[in-house]
Design a protein around this ligand. Sequence first.
Ligand SMILES: *Cc1c(COP(=O)(O)O)cnc(C)c1O
Length: 462
Amino acid sequence: MVGSIGLESTTILSVEWNTDMKEVGEELNPTSKKEIVKVNKNAHLRCLPITEPDVDDEITGEKDAYMTQVLAQYQKSLVQITSNQLGYPVNHEYDYGALGQFQHFSINNLGDPFMDSTYGVHSRQFEIGVLDWFARLWEIERDEYWGYVTNCGTEGNLHGILVGREVFPNGILYASEDSHYSVFRAARMYRMDCVKVRTLLTGQIDCADFKSQLLANQGRPAIVNVNIGTTVKGAVDDLDLVIQTLEECGLSDDKFYIHCDGALFGLMIPFVDSAPKVSFKKAIGSFSVSGHKFVGCPMPCGVQITRMKHIKALSSNVDYIATRDATIMGSRNGHSPIFLWYTLNKKGYKGFRNEVQRCLKNAHYLRDRLKEAGISAMLNELSSTVVFERPRDEDFVRQWNLVCLRNMSHIVVMPNVTVDKLNSFVKELTEKRSVWYQGQKVQPPCLAADIGKGNCECALCK
Ligand SMILES: *Cc1c(COP(=O)(O)O)cnc(C)c1O
């Protein structure tokens, strides 16, 4: 089936927690429970207004005092929320004190990092250092790659898929149904034909379905989004099998373009010993990662790397030559490359390897504790994302800043998530569950459809 992807096919995680919210409801997956987008109708009531200064403000100091108090309160709430944040793949462990001096500068890397900028207040020297580091990690020679530090993983996807479309204007975008919504957003923005491919219970792309979809669309090139760690289940698509499937369907590597969405796991997978290689030595066209997820960075950012030959094709397009810029944005954050450069230098490959291994170990620990407590849970082999039974109580969900989808919730074990933290989480969840599921009235939900019967501990599956 080929068709333009409309809004109704977008995967939306329910990620807002206010109890007094209006449902703007939207069907997610016809076979699943309804997922809703929540709009906070009190957003305006709760906002921190911006008011005109009073004439005597400077004398009374009232406004300054008010603002200082607002900021102090906000700081306190951030400390609290950050310390219990388990559902989002964000590494909160870092110290960028040394970089405070740069907030006095309007650093902007506008345009292509490899072109000279007429705006002198830039950090291209840091940016290219960061890109070279990732190019080495993902195994592509300096003179064969092109890339830039993006504003986020989403921008990496938007860019990778755009390059794919420029290489194959007539191509069809294939993405598994567990792909991040930004992939389907790209299809809509670029008005591309897009095919959603089924997934296995692990969350990996189902290559049998992929094959039949490819065969149904013979004669057209394929642009494929391959997930290196899906958002919900942390599943790593089998890149080798994807390439093999393309070849079996008669698509040689000049007839397909693969973008690897490695928002979270793109930096982790090179350090997982048992993981298959995801690198430019294989037939991939681009690879992107978020900078604020595993690396840990106070502002959203990311890295996108593609092959120079593709960018040359893209830049020969008249529109691009006019601006001589193959990036998506105009102005670009010049601070984030310095933050990335700082951390990558401090940790090095060795530091990341240690952190990745610790996260995987702690994720196994969490999965085992949950199972012991009789709670449905799944952990993909190459992942630090533990999927488990959706907690019944929204307050609990909010308290731990969890993300829920259908009957699932998950914890992404990041470097800042300690065993102590996991212990207190499991302890509290176990205590709460014994209240929620007291007596026989309400039963824990069945997760067989989401994570398989073998991982489900509900009354029916056991
Ligand atoms: C988080 C995520 C993204 C989006 O990254 P942002 O940096 O939040 O824009 C894309 N793909 C996957 C698989 C993700 O987990």
